[in-house]
Write a protein that binds this ligand. Sequence first.
Ligand SMILES: Nc1ncnc2c1ncn2[C@@H]1O[C@H](COP(=O)(O)OP(=O)(O)OP(=O)(O)O)[C@@H](O)[C@H]1O
Ligand SMILES: O=C(O)c1ccc[n+]([C@@H]2O[C@H](COP(=O)([O-])O)[C@@H](O)[C@H]2O)c1
Length: 264
Amino acid sequence: MGSPVKVILLACGSFSPITNMHLRMFELGRDALNKTGRFQVVSGVISPVSDGYGKKDLVPAKHRCEMVRAALKTSDWVKLDPWECTLSFWSPTAKVLRHYQEQYDSHSNCKTTPSKKRKKLSNRSVSDVQTNHIPSSDTETDQSPVVKLLCGADLLESFAVPGLWAQEDIEYIVSTHGLVVISRVGTDPHKFIYDSDVLTKYKENIVVVTEWISNEISSTKIRTALRRGESVKYLLQDGVIDYIKQHQLYKIPDNTISEPGGGH
Ligand SMILES: Nc1ncnc2c1ncn2[C@@H]1O[C@H](COP(=O)(O)OP(=O)(O)OP(=O)(O)O)[C@@H](O)[C@H]1O
Ligand SMILES: O=C(O)c1ccc[n+]([C@@H]2O[C@H](COP(=O)([O-])O)[C@@H](O)[C@H]2O)c1
């Protein structure tokens, strides 16, 4: 077998706030890829979504980035990249992946043919890319890392939500980058892949990791607990809890609390 393909794991999401499960995703993803012997994870990147995504309870990017920074104090290989969330508009994940791939390709000193080939591919418009495969490990020696999307199985299953993802973006993501999917309670990623023609076509580029110590830490549940004044210790990093307290995030704004006699 040739040298393992270098991989950067990229997680996209709201991170409102970043939880311990987001951090654990990286550990699970790195272990699983490295154990295949085909890949070597060299770093992890968290890319919080732009405020332009407009999702409910998305606190401003400035706060989400600071919380990610606080959480990553305990990690020596995962980093925040604020590029996506400093944009004023939302960018589809395919474009985000392509942006990071171009960054790593251009920073790479190596000028091997496969790297040039991928650069050419990533210069095409997302919708032009139909059948690009990640080069096999035999040709990957000294190549710049491949950016793979690290996500929970709920994000994978959101591919089937009508009108949410462009079909050409799904094909681009899975064919050119690849996915590392962490199982999540209530999801069935293997069946989801089987049911999808495009995911089945590129299933070699999808690594499904089963989280046997299943838990349902979600940012939604954390926000609910915070709103109700309940403890979130051991679900978030202490530095993240301190930041939330200091900036009074995820509280019901005073003016939405009903006054006696009605009103809002
Ligand atoms: N408990 C979990 N198990 C597996 N994957 C998770 C878990 N929590 C979050 N993720 C994954 O982390 C990534 C970023 O997630 P995101 O910031 O949207 O968190 P979330 O908890 O799903 O958020 P929200 O509850 O606000 O929708 C997504 O790919 C999501 O699937
Ligand atoms: O690229 C797309 O078409 C697309 C459609 C829906 C969601 N996403 C991304 O998926 C992530 C989902 O985050 P969340 O918090 O809504 O679960 C976030 O980074 C979005 O930009 C991306």
